[in-house]
Design a protein around this ligand. Structure first.
Ligand code: 6K6
Length: 141
């Protein structure tokens, strides 16, 4: 299974620890196309040595190739929102995770969207259970 993991880059790297945990867990279920999104050394300045055009073409190709999109949406990101919309038009499954912080909640364009499944967590340790439950139902459907 090819998994596209989406997480904020230019939007801010405050939740990078969650991205790392999610990618660690996702590797149990398939090939993560976008492991670099969770990389601690990647800052909100982005990847060094590659152009924006290259990133757009590579990432949209991966979005067309993937079997599922898993997005961490706690830190709002234009890029992640775009990726969710792009995959929705391809009718692929989408799971969004967000961490309950300071009473903030995701955009209504995500939480009100019937094509998107959303799960919230308080602690990083909960991520493992959320993903295992999701992929068990994914395989049985
Ligand atoms: C390169 C040079 C300067 O800035 C960059 C940005 N680098 C990126 N590298 C890899 N993936 C990216 C990059 N920028 C955006 N993305 C994709 O959009 C990823 O798949 C993320 O899920 C999402 C992040 O969007 P922003 O708007 O938070 O950057």
């Amino acid at each position: 299974m090819k998994i596209y993991f989406a997480g904020s880059i230019k939007g801010g790297r405050n939740n990078q620890d969650s991205y790392e945990m999610i990618v660690h867990e996702l590797k149990k279920y398939g090939k993560v196309l976008t492991e670099h999104v969770a990389d601690k050394s990647l800052t909100d300045k982005g990847e060094m040595g590659v152009t924006d055009k290259y990133i757009f073409q590579r990432d949209t190709k991966w979005l067309r190739e993937c079997d599922v999109l898993i997005a961490e949406i706690t830190t709002p990101s234009l890029g992640v929102g775009y990726e969710i919309g792009y995959v929705e038009t391809l009718k692929k499954p989408i799971l969004c995770l967000y961490r309950k912080i300071d009473g903030k909640s995701p955009s209504a364009m995500i939480s009100g969207n019937p094509s998107v499944k959303i799960s919230s967590y308080n602690e990083l340790a909960e991520i493992q259970k959320i993903l295992s439950k999701y992929f068990i139902s994914f395989v049985s459907n």
